[in-house]
Design a protein around this ligand. Structure first.
Ligand SMILES: Nc1nc2c(ncn2[C@@H]2O[C@H](COP(=O)(O)OP(=O)(O)O)[C@@H](O)[C@H]2O)c(=O)[nH]1
Ligand SMILES: [Mg+2]
Length: 247
């Protein structure tokens, strides 16, 4: 029986190595420039703080979301929105992992272009946040995991107050110096899976020094969710952002 592979487009589109096609695009592109944001920052009064987690497919966004739920779920009134291309796989994973009450997890299906849903047409994500705020009055924090995309996908400030960009060592130690707004402008860059750096020949000194060079004063955290499954450094960074008294 023929099987339909209707997911092919999504895979191509979300491939973090999509620039390896062997020719140079003749554009003037400053790898440190932020893209224009179509929305103004959301008014802050009387709502949960919102943190976006973006980055290429497989870098560890869902694993980091689960880690933050474990680290912070006991001390904060917390909820999660996941963005998947065609499925609700990430939400299902988090519900099964038992890191948070399943009612605190909402899934958004983004179609082929996950970056659109976190940047250009953020309605579905804002609706999911509203739904969670209505269900859990007094929410402190909503974590929004982006669908996996390439190095250019960043969240609109109309959707999140702060964003984390997650890359992993398996993409190669070249990734930070390749730039892109995720690497250069995210409020926190996480270089994940350092436990396998030696297996893939990634030089951590190169990766971190390139990352700091590209990001100026913005912070960089290197971590392994195998060695430190509760992501303590990222959890501390999140705590530092929240209004005094929330934690
Ligand atoms: N070795 C190792 N594997 C990890 C780490 N973090 C995540 N993974 C694995 O990497 C794979 C992709 O992670 P996932 O969180 O689903 O990535 P996402 O697509 O960015 O959400 C999963 O099999 C994770 O268990 C890590 O720090 N070290
Ligand atoms: Mg995921």
């Amino acid at each position: 029986m023929p099987v339909e592979h209707d997911h092919t487009h999504g895979h191509e589109h979300s491939n973090s190595h999509g620039h390896g096609h062997g020719h140079v695009h003749p554009v003037n592109f400053d790898p440190t420039a932020a893209e224009p944001d179509p929305f103004d920052a959301a008014p802050e009064a009387g709502r949960a703080y919102r943190i976006g987690i973006g980055g290429p497919v497989g870098s560890g966004k869902t694993a980091l979301t689960a880690a933050l739920c474990r680290a912070l779920g006991g001390e904060l009134n917390l909820a999660v929105v996941t963005n998947d291309i065609y499925t609700t796989e990430d939400a299902d994973f988090l519900r099964k992992a038992g890191v948070l009450d399943p009612e605190r997890i909402e899934a958004v299906q983004t179609g082929a272009c996950p970056h659109t849903a976190i940047r250009d047409d953020i309605t579905a994500n804002l609706d999911a946040v509203d739904e969670l705020e209505a269900r859990f009055p007094g929410l402190d924090l909503v974590i929004i995991e982006s669908g996996g995309d390439n190095l250019t996908a960043v969240f609109s400030r109309g959707l999140v107050d702060a964003q984390v960009f997650v890359v992993d060592v398996a993409g190669g130690d070249k990734v930070p110096r390749k730039g892109g707004p995720g690497v250069t402008t995210a409020d926190l860059l996480v270089i994940n899976k350092i436990d396998i750096a030696h297996l893939v020949g990634a030089d951590m000194d190169v990766m971190t020094s390139d990352a700091h060079r590209m990001r100026g004063k913005l912070p960089v955290i290197t971590q392994s969710l195998v060695d430190t499954p509760d992501a303590p450094a990222v959890a501390d960074w999140v705590r530092s952002l929240l209004p005094v008294g929330a934690v």
